[in-house]
Design a protein around this ligand. Structure first.
Ligand SMILES: Nc1ncnc2c1ncn2[C@@H]1O[C@H](COP(=O)(O)OP(=O)(O)OP(=O)(O)O)[C@@H](O)[C@H]1O
Ligand SMILES: [Mg+2]
Length: 154
């Protein structure tokens, strides 16, 4: 199956959350979402929407000092923020494989910091932009993520 990229623009935080909600509804067990983009790009804003789409009732915020927060929704949601990760090996101490290859959904802010430990099949979302305008480039890197991106493209 060939990988797929779609590009979506939003013009407010609310629109980014609404897009996240659509993504959350399209997810299935075992999907990993790798978020990249600079400080304030909108990674947490998108994650809030994804959590809402997965019927998570908790408030989502940046788990800056904890690396991971777990939430219960339609599926378990593992929200990572790797901003403070010094080396990818630190993820081994967390038992990241249970989160990346389990029955829940992992949403990873600053995903590039995980390096080679990121799973091969994941939905990559890169966010750029300034003022209120954001561009989200959403791409698949394998068969499971391709199915998700296909759903979003419709
Ligand atoms: N179109 C937009 N999409 C998302 N956020 C937007 C948009 N327009 C403005 N914003 C604002 O940009 C900020 C995004 O912050 P957010 O915490 O989501 O970014 P982040 O990528 O998680 O940052 P960090 O790197 O600190 O984790 C918020 O203040 C939000 O209101
Ligand atoms: Mg954030």
């Amino acid at each position: 199956m060939s990988d797929k990229t779609i590009t979506i623009q939003t013009s407010s935080a609310e629109e980014t959350q609404a897009l996240g909600e659509r993504i959350g509804r399209a997810l299935e067990p075992g999907v990993v979402i790798a978020l990249t983009g600079g400080l304030g790009a909108g990674k947490t804003t998108l994650t809030k929407g994804i959590a809402r789409g997965l019927e998570v009732a908790d408030i989502i915020h940046s788990p800056t000092f904890t690396l991971i927060h777990e939430h219960e929704g339609r599926l378990p949601v593992y929200h990572f923020d790797l901003y403070r990760l010094d080396t990818p090996e630190q993820l081994d101490d967390l038992g990241h494989e249970d989160y990346f290859y389990g029955g829940g959904v992992a949403v990873i802010e600053w995903a590039e910091r995980a390096g080679d430990l990121l799973p091969p099949d994941r939905v990559d979302i890169h966010i750029t932009g300034e003022d209120d305008l954001r561009t989200l480039e959403i791409s698949s890197t394998g068969p499971v993520s391709a199915r998700i991106v296909e759903r979003l493209a419709r």
